[in-house]
Design a protein around this ligand. Structure first.
Ligand SMILES: C[S@@+](CC[C@H](N)C(=O)[O-])C[C@H]1O[C@@H](n2cnc3c(N)ncnc32)[C@H](O)[C@@H]1O
Length: 264
């Protein structure tokens, strides 16, 4: 998976390729990854070197002191640790219990947080709270379109009327740019091109979905969100396994994820 497993060689470079039959990360894989999250997984709030996510929250120009925040797929809780204090109540949910354990420990200073184990693709909407602001950062990455659609539809249902969601997804355009920049030549061949056109990439047996800007916007609109806008969340080259002063990067822009804001 992109930018997840760097030191053991399972990042996109240099051994990335494309699969014929993609399979995504399972819950048990995430349980194992929780122990190595800080070193190995791209934590987008921490990696957001130009503070685009924080800027988007400020740009909502809302007083959140009476609002509820819901972080779906919260990982080790960096969004909640960074922004949770502004909200009256906060829910962090993830399907990995290990992630929730780490998140709880890291967010001890944030008042009024509750942690819930839930699978976003199979939410029991009768028992799950809803949020005025919902965030879902690099969670909707399953290679299965059906699962991604379910997750986005749940995100919509879990957002209160008048509320806003912040969705971050891996960028297909950025990935192609990274490949071009560091001259990886794996993205060739007819079947590979077909998967690439669907935004499905594999790294050492782990596949995930990469979104073009248009697809990210269309997916959010299809889920029910309105006034959707997308912007780039810039991330350092080190997240792609390259030093920022690498000669090939001379003058190059940074890689990015897509942040999509949607309203309900
Ligand atoms: C790449 S991490 C991102 C974590 C966090 N949102 C962040 O930006 O740092 C993906 C997280 O989504 C969780 N996740 C993946 N699929 C999920 C699902 N179907 N339901 C709930 N959580 C899920 C994983 O356990 C993991 O914590």
């Amino acid at each position: 998976m992109r930018r997840i497993l760097r030191d053991d060689g399972t990042d996109l470079a240099p051994n990335s390729s494309l699969l014929i039959k993609p399979a995504g990360l399972t819950r048990s894989s995430w349980e194992r990854l929780a122990h190595a999250f800080e070193g190995e997984v791209c934590d987008i709030v921490a990696a957001d070197c130009r503070q685009v996510i924080g800027g988007a929250i400020k740009g909502l120009r809302r007083d959140f002191s009476q609002a509820t925040l819901l972080d779906l797929g919260c990982g080790i809780g960096t969004f909640i640790r960074t922004h949770g204090c502004r909200f009256r109540s906060v829910y962090g949910s993830d399907f990995s219990l290990n992630m929730l354990r780490y998140a709880k420990r890291r967010c001890q200073d944030v008042p009024n947080v509750r942690w819930m184990q839930a699978d976003l693709s199979q939410i029991d909407h009768a028992t799950m709270p809803t949020g005025d602001v919902t965030v879902c950062l690099n969670v909707v990455t399953s290679p299965s379109k059906r699962i991604r659609s379910k997750m986005l539809r749940s995100l919509w249902k879990l957002t209160n009327a008048g509320g806003t969601t912040l969705l971050v997804v891996p960028s297909l355009e950025s990935t192609l740019f990274v490949h071009r920049t560091i001259k990886r030549d794996q993205l060739t061949g007819a079947s590979k091109r077909k998967l690439l056109s669907q935004g499905i990439l594999m790294c050492d047996g782990v596949v995930q979905k990469y979104f073009s800007k248009q697809e990210a916007l269309d997916s959010m609109r299809k889920a029910g969100f309105r006034k959707c806008t997308a912007r780039r969340v810039w991330i350092p080259w080190s997240e792609e396994g390259l030093e920022d002063d690498h000669p090939r990067l001379n003058g190059k822009a940074l890689p990015w994820d897509w942040l999509v804001l949607g309203h309900k």
